[in-house]
Design a protein around this ligand. Structure first.
Ligand code: MN
Ligand code: MN
Length: 457
């Protein structure tokens, strides 16, 4: 054998694809950028997902409906997670092909009693959601999205800061001139969690009394949304970076934006299932919530909402759910860390994912000797390797940092717990969990192509 045949060597993706495929990379990413700008929160991602799915022929699943091969259905989990399926030609007995991404991203949630006035300035108290570096969230334009549930059962949508004419919000930072004490603190202590208070206004109401700024702000909210201060108690309002998704780099090969983790994989699998017609096995696309806080809650991947939906599809064919799971495979579609030359010390170069080297399979995540990891089987990787190589999917193997550097998790272990063969795969990201993350267009497209190939097999 030749040395080329004997060695494992990787090529930059742009040395592999032709001009026609480069155009596909570009076109796909234009669509993805629009999706990301619309999907600012998990609720908005689900709403956008439903809109796109319905345009692609998906209908809302209703218990008892006929489900012949080729039927495209979706089911919303309380408006915060989305499950989609295209019924296969084979029975559910031969298992499903599942891709599971998440649509929640790190952000600042308003507390339940958030509003106060201090020194004639109005504020919202926040409690951060997911793993953030707190210092990154000051002096950053923010927008506000979410819902307020009123006493009578009515729900009001709130969205401020996205429209060009909308005001935005900010958490102020300390001027360097007076930061002598702050400089002595560690990075994690420099800005405290309770210090992440959002400035929301400064103009006092004309009426005499205390808290005149707060009163004026409540009047504004009441005019626009019909809410009072007590309504915050039953609200879910999130502050997210008011940053537009944009091309990055002179060559426009990168995309900067908020929430690539994990909407970049969510869009890839959504787009892949939308382009799937009459598959052999039933294809399932999951856009989960709550991954960033451990997949808990009714809309997270530990929830039986998933069993309920797939169980219904199985029941329509008289198949037992556990027999379906046993034969199913799942791609836990989540981002991984791309190798960052600014921080080479945290990675082991031979095993870390690189930008522009394609969709990244991650056999294991976890920390301290793979603890808390799914650890996919060699057999599943062998199957995907063959499939990807035969279908022009450029892929690589990744690892979340060097041994004992840190670690993390995904929904993978909650899928494999269900007796479903599972592996992590997704897009390498730079500045993961920062208010503004960076991905390479090539990898976004190859992740979509990977999911499409798996659904089609
Ligand atoms: Mn993720
Ligand atoms: Mn994450």
């Amino acid at each position: 054998m030749t040395r080329e045949e004997l060695f494992y060597s990787q090529k930059n993706g742009y040395d592999i694809i032709d001009d026609a495929e480069k155009q596909k990379v570009h076109d796909y990413c234009e669509d993805y950028k629009r999706f990301l700008d619309a999907a600012r929160t998990e609720r908005l991602a689900v709403r956008e997902g439903i809109k796109l799915a319905e345009a692609a022929g998906f209908v809302e699943y209703r218990r008892g409906m006929a489900l012949p091969a080729g039927t495209k259905v979706y089911s919303s989990v309380r408006g915060k997670a989305l499950l989609l399926a295209v019924m296969g030609r084979e029975s559910m007995d031969s298992g499903c092909v599942i891709a599971a991404a998440h649509v929640d991203s790190p952000r600042l949630d308003l507390k339940q009693n958030p509003m106060y006035e201090d020194t004639e300035l109005g504020y919202f108290k926040t409690h951060y959601y997911g793993g953030i570096k707190k210092y990154q969230w000051t002096a950053l334009p923010l927008e506000l999205h979410g819902v307020v549930a009123l006493r009578g059962g009515k729900t009001v949508d709130v969205s401020i800061g996205r429209d060009k004419d909308d005001p935005q919000f900010v958490i102020t930072d300390l001027l360097p001139h007076l930061a002598a004490d702050q400089y002595k603190k560690t990075l994690s202590e420099a800005i405290s969690g309770e210090g992440l208070n959002i400035l929301i206004g400064s103009m006092p109401d004309a009426e005499d009394g205390s808290d005149r700024v707060k009163l004026a702000l409540l009047r504004l909210l009441n005019e626009k949304y019909g809410i009072t201060e007590a309504d915050f108690l039953s609200a879910e309002l999130c502050a997210v970076p008011a940053l537009e998704t944009r091309d990055q780099g002179l060559d426009r090969s990168l995309i900067g934006g908020y929430g690539h983790d994990d909407r970049v994989c969510a869009y890839a699998e959504l787009r892949a299932i939308m382009e799937t017609e009459n598959p052999r096995r039933t294809c399932v696309c999951i856009l989960a919530d709550k991954e960033e806080i451990g997949s808990e809650g009714v809309s997270g991947m530990k929830s039986e909402a998933f069993e309920c939906f797939i169980g219904d599809l199985c029941a329509s064919q008289g198949v037992e759910l556990r027999h379906c799971f046993e034969k199913s495979i799942c791609i836990s579609a989540d981002v991984c860390n791309g190798f960052d030359p600014n921080f080479p010390e945290v990675s082991e170069k031979r095993n870390n994912a690189k930008l522009n080297y394609g969709v990244t399979l991650v056999k294991f995540t976890g920390a301290r000797g793979k603890s808390g990891s799914n650890d996919a089987s060699a057999e599943l990787i062998g199957y995907l390797r063959g499939l990807f190589d035969a279908n022009g999917v450029v892929w690589q193997m990744g690892e979340l940092g060097k041994v004992d550097q840190g670690g993390g998790g995904t929904v993978a272990m909650y899928m494999s717990k269900r007796n479903i063969d599972t592996i992590d795969a997704g897009v390498p990201v730079l500045s993961m969990h920062a208010p503004y993350e960076t991905v390479a267009k090539f990898d976004c497209y190859m992740t979509f192509k990977a999911f499409k190939t798996v659904y089609a097999d």
